[in-house]
Design a protein around this ligand. Structure first.
Ligand code: AP5
Length: 214
């Protein structure tokens, strides 16, 4: 199964992807996590990502598509993937369709999480992210362990992302509205709109229903 988790920044894509990995037994592919890993490692590629990400702008398509193409060749993604934060433009969507088609695959469902902007600002203000594995917490709704170590990888760097300040979130949201939202027209019939408000469990249940697995 190839599935796109779609929605504005802070909608809960990364959080829900972690639950779906267990259920669908395919990996989560998050271009945001991959880019942050390159930045943390201080690679040349990471520095190029940095100049866009710190401003809340989308990274250019050619860089992202190359990154994704390399990731898709890994054996764990041979039978499907949950795409989180990719595609972000119609050009990326077309490139992904082409990569999957070479292996007789296609996006089976686009789960589009619908969350109002005020809820998003609240979620992002409280978000904490593990720098090592990308696992996501929220100070109130899903707090990190009291030990300060990540429950998923035992890493000790659970941080507030540098692009999570309110003005950057608004910039990222503007990029989303202008460049990412039109993707829904590209995927048309396989789009399932899901209410992304309420508890983590409520949203998981709605996604499972949309996938016919409830
Ligand atoms: P990326 O890392 O993809 O960030 P994003 O899309 O902006 O999404 P977020 O990670 O902010 O949010 P999310 O929807 O995953 O929400 P989460 O689950 O964390 O991209 C960052 C940057 O990288 C971009 O700005 C761009 O520069 C670049 N980039 C990445 N991919 C790119 C691409 N394809 N093309 C070009 N550039 C690209 O949840 C948010 C918070 O809410 C968490 O604290 C969580 O615990 C909490 N929460 C979640 N659900 C609930 C709930 N139901 N109730 C209460 N709290 C909840």
């Amino acid at each position: 199964m190839d599935l796109v988790l779609f929605g504005p920044p802070g909608a809960g894509k990364g959080t829900q992807a972690k639950f779906l990995v267990e259920k669908l037994r395919v990996p989560q592919i998050s271009t945001g996590d991959m880019m942050r890993a390159e930045r943390s490692a201080g690679t040349e590629l990471g520095k190029r990502f940095d100049s866009f990400m710190t401003k809340g702008l989308l990274v250019p398509d050619d860089l992202v598509i190359e990154l994704l193409e390399t990731r898709l060749k890994r054996p764990d993604a041979a039978s499907g993937a949950i795409f989180d934060g990719f595609p972000r433009t119609v050009a990326q969507a077309k490139a992904l369709d082409g990569m999957l088609a070479k292996h007789g695959r296609a996006i089976g469902k686009v789960v589009a999480l619908d969350v109002p902007v005020d809820v998003i600002i609240d979620r992002i203000a409280g978000r904490r992210t593990c720098e090592s594995c990308g696992h996501v917490y929220h100070v109130r709704y899903n707090p990190p362990p009291p030990t300060g170590r990540c429950a998923a990888c035992n890493g000790d760097r659970i941080v507030h992302r540098d692009d999570d300040r309110e003005e950057k979130v608004r910039r990222r949201n503007a990029e989303y509205l202008e460049k990412t939202l039109p993707i829904l027209g590209h995927y048309g019939p396989v789009v399932a709109k899901v209410d992304g408000t309420g508890s983590l469990q409520d949203v998981t249940r709605r996604i499972e229903e949309a996938l016919g697995q409830g």
